[in-house]
Design a protein around this ligand. Structure first.
Ligand code: URA
Length: 434
């Protein structure tokens, strides 16, 4: 086979065969197909799409690009969750310790920042020493010992997704239904979860900007999970404003810590407890969603979930002293408010623009291999429907460079639409697909 033929076939709207997809994934993983040809093919996929069969083939080829974990010797039923990507989405940092603290083992493979959306691994790496690089046996041992492990792609687990993910991040090829479905589900299948809760984001800060697209992505992923014999549930949730108040790595870790300790934003807690509830239901820890959420709430209230987070940090080499005293996490040199330009109600937010403003401050990558500045980002406590007076802070910018701070302020102000009328607050969730 020749990669140029495959690129041209997809460029012209053709349907790739199973063998072509498997050959491409094997060649890109072992390095015989270079980045520039892979980038051309994924751009063709982005523009032309893939049908259901091609999407399933891509997912399976990516899942099989490394080892596939079987965790049944350490836990009878392991649960996992994954978000389709959003701004300020630190739900995993709260939901996973809640679930593990309730006795349901969690083994998760997470990603890094992607386009305007942050990544769990980048956030956790704000903690000095914390590493997502677990070997398969370390991953298994940690699930057995503390009931919670958080790994990144390695040469062992779904390496094809690791490479493609980094390439998509910097080539404008993120918001593609088949590429997102294959990326998420290949990681989930490779990491051996029996139950998978998918948090499919919809809105101006999500890769799916409307409900129909989000439902379609959710259905495709739920079907892939079912075909592979995994219990799979998808929640469709709102991403028309940052989730919670922090955007940026160490700032989000701090918000997650506050939430695990009973504070933080109500929106983040409601989101995390809903996700945790569905994970606990899948694991058979409760009969109803209400009971499952009550279990998770009790694990927060009596400190077990917080203790589980500390164990996760310690088990993967992180400095527990920093999470015990979040003032020791990376801090930006400059912190300045963004002020409301006039009296009015926040009518809408272009959340991707807000996410990109944070990326450009240094919280994400503009080109492959860019170093992340864990300290920088935004605090955005004011939400759609809030009424502000002129000069009141909409939020705060944490920066290490005055020019970037000024640019972020302009971009955030341009991302907000003001209204003179009352505006309804946004819902958290739009539905569940099982
Ligand atoms: N999360 C992933 O792991 N992959 C995507 O493509 C989007 C979100």
């Amino acid at each position: 086979m020749r990669i140029v033929d495959i690129i041209e076939k997809k460029r012209d709207g053709g349907e790739l065969t199973t063998a072509e997809i498997e050959w491409f994934i094997a060649g890109y993983t072992d390095g015989s197909i270079p980045d520039y040809q892979a980038a051309a093919l994924i751009m063709a996929v982005f523009i032309r799409g893939m049908n259901r069969r091609e999407t399933v083939d891509l997912t399976l080829a990516m899942a099989r690009s490394g080892d596939q974990l079987d965790l049944h010797d350490v836990a009878p039923f392991v649960v996992d969750k994954h978000s389709s990507g959003g701004v300020g989405d630190k739900v995993s940092l709260v939901a996973l310790p809640l679930v593990a603290a309730c006795g349901a083992p969690v083994g998760k493979m997470s990603g890094r920042g992607l386009g305007s959306s942050g990544g769990t691994l980048d956030k956790m790496e704000s903690i000095t020493g914390w590493s997502p690089d677990l070997t398969l046996s370390e991953f298994k041992r940690q699930v057995a010992e503390i009931g919670l492990a958080l790994a990144g792609q390695t040469a062992d687990l779904a390496p094809a997704d690791g490479k493609l993910y980094a390439l998509r991040d910097v080539t404008g090829t993120v918001a593609s239904m088949p590429l997102i479905a294959a990326s998420i589900m290949s990681k989930k299948l490779a990491a051996g979860a029996d139950g998978i809760v998918l948090d499919v984001k919809m809105g101006s800060g999500a890769f799916m900007s409307n409900l129909d697209q989000a439902r379609e992505l959710a259905k495709v992923m739920v079907n892939i999970g079912k075909d592979a014999g995994r219990r799979t549930t998808a929640l469709i949730s709102d991403m028309n404003q940052p989730l919670g108040y922090a955007v940026g790595n160490a700032l989000e870790v701090k918000e997650a810590i506050e939430t695990l300790q009973g504070g933080g934003s109500a929106a983040l807690w409601q989101h995390a407890v809903e996700v945790a509830g569905h994970m606990l239901l899948q694991a058979g820890k409760a009969e109803t969603l209400a009971d499952a959420k009550a279990l998770a709430t009790a694990a927060r209230d009596d400190g077990r979930a917080w203790e589980k987070f500390r164990q996760l940090v310690a088990a993967q080499g992180g400095a527990v002293a920093e999470v015990d005293d979040p003032a020791r996490l990376p801090q930006a040199k400059l912190v300045e408010p963004i002020l409301a330009p006039a009296d009015g109600v926040i009518g809408a937010m272009d959340t991707a623009v807000i996410g990109w403003a944070s990326v450009k401050l240094g919280a994400g990558r503009m080109v492959k291999g860019d170093k992340i500045d864990h300290a920088v980002g935004l605090i955005m406590p004011r939400k759609v429907g809030d009424r502000l007076q002129m000069g009141e802070p909409i939020g705060f910018i944490h920066a290490n460079d005055a020019d970037k701070l000024a640019q972020a302020r302009d971009e955030i102000l341009s991302a907000i639409t003001w209204s003179d009328e009352a505006v309804e607050p946004l819902p958290h969730f739009y539905g569940v697909i099982e």
